[in-house]
Design a protein around this ligand. Structure first.
Ligand SMILES: [Zn+2]
Length: 248
């Protein structure tokens, strides 16, 4: 039986930022933000009165409901630089974040065979995941192998969803309820399979509901994607768009 997925994005919807890699210096790799950019974003939001939470804290209602200034940092794929470079920044600011793991990639020192190799593309180790988890970083699934679920058969998609969740549950001894869909590709069929696999929430990187394929569901929560091209001005524009949409 499919759960009711109608969900209205209400006022006070948090600013959920979606990062991938974090590099020491500005990189031409689209999915890489620099340490300097990350620090600047956190400071920018902090200066405007934002408080940082993990996705889990917000979903569990640990955020004051009248707080209109909630920010959530999320990192996709489980890159090793999240531990080496982003984690020290988070600790310095005393804030937490949410990381979405491709579970079959844990411990990999390079991209799996057949996939483009780019310098520094390594993935989190178990030890790193445990240390981050102990600090308060929250982990969700980004499937087992990052396949685009809308293009998989239902059986394959279910396997990607269920196996990755089982693996994380075992590793972290927790109940993972959040899925981040590879390439943000999701439809009603994938949502049904995600629910069947035990997920209650899902995230996409499509800023606001008008752009989120008409989906209006806790299994398709919109985030704001942050890329290497997001200089201060572009970040400011994304921030203002968020404020505008949140005030409607
Ligand atoms: Zn991804």
């Amino acid at each position: 039986m499919r759960k009711e997925i109608t969900y209205k994005i209400k006022k006070n919807y948090p600013l959920i930022l979606a990062y991938h890699r974090v590099c020491e210096k500005k990189s031409s790799e689209r999915i890489a933000s620099s340490v300097k950019q990350l620090k600047w974003h956190i400071q920018f939001l902090r200066n405007r009165g934002f408080t940082f939470y993990t996705l889990k804290q917000w979903l569990n209602g640990e955020v004051s409901s009248n707080s209109s200034k909630t920010a959530i940092l999320t990192f996709d794929d489980g890159w090793r630089d999240n531990y080496e470079l982003a984690f020290p920044v988070l600790k310095k600011f005393g804030i937490s974040a949410t990381v979405f793991i491709i579970t079959n990639y844990i411990e990999l020192d390079a991209m799996p065979e057949g996939m483009a190799e780019i310098k520094g593309r390594r993935f989190l180790t178990l030890k790193m995941i445990n240390e981050m988890s102990k600090y308060g970083i929250d982990f969700g699934s980004h499937t087992s192998t990052h396949r685009v679920l809308t293009k998989c058969s239902s059986q394959e998609a279910f396997r990607e969803l269920a196996n990755s969740r089982d693996k994380l549950n075992n590793l972290l001894r927790t109940n993972v309820t959040t899925i981040c869909y590879p390439k943000s590709q999701v439809n009603d069929r994938v949502i049904s399979l995600a629910i069947k696999a035990g997920y209650e929430y899902g995230v996409v990187t499509q800023p606001f509901r008008k752009q989120s394929n008409g989906l209006n569901s806790p299994l398709a929560l919109p985030r704001v994607g942050i890329y290497s091209t997001d200089n201060k001005l572009r970040f400011l524009i994304k921030y203002l768009k968020y404020l505008w949409n949140n005030s409607l």
